[in-house]
Design a binder for this molecule. Sequence first.
Ligand code: OOG
Ligand code: MG
Length: 261
Amino acid sequence: MTLTPAQVTDLARLLDDAALAAQAVAQPSASMTLGLEDAYEVQGALLARRHDRGERPSGVKLGFTSRAKAAQMGVEGVILGRLTDVMAVPDGGVLDRGLLIHPRVEPEVAFLLGSDLVVGSGPDALAAAVTAVAPALEVIDSRYTDFRFALADVVADNTSAAAYVLGPWQDPRPLLDLDVRLEVDGEAVESGSTTAILGDPWTALAEAAALADRLGLHVGAGEVLLAGAATAAALLPERGVVTATVAGLGTVTLRIAREGV
Ligand code: OOG
Ligand code: MG
């Protein structure tokens, strides 16, 4: 750790306020040394503020599990962010674009946990913790100017997490090489394959377990794991309907509107 507790608190407040006001701020690494350990400390303080406002933990997400995402953002390394109930939008529900800065959307795969993620318990035990899988959409909205950051900056900013939508839950099944398609108003904007996610999205369980263990984070029954985008992220439209379809798994839908306009 190189940050003082006061610096951690200040950065968490800066990022929290930026999200609440939908106003971008400068990335901390431009003006200070920010290590990954510091960044996860800030992320923890940021989530504590959200929990203090009544938000409840609903799961975790991985970032940069595909080459497409790492290349798009120019960073390397799988990272973990935290989800809360307030970020969840029901399938087919509406997201208010006016609450966000410069949002993007990603097609993902989600896992529902029936028991705790336990590190080192082996792939079979980790898979047994999963009770269902679903196609998912993640809306990311970096709180940094121009959506640019170093890896530690984006970790501090809770990996740009803003909202997520879960499609219909399905029984656990192999997820290798399923076609993934992201559409806006029926037009394809990104396409790829589930294999892009760590070679096999099921690998996300072990990655998340290891990261959660390192952070002392409990991820348990009823919580969700977002495995990371299968393709590069697309700009979220000002208005319209966004869908992600994972072949053999189903479709998930999000409507975008500007409330009051
Ligand atoms: C960070 C979040 C990355 C993913 O699925 O790879 C992520 C970002 O790109 O802003 O959620
Ligand atoms: Mg994502």
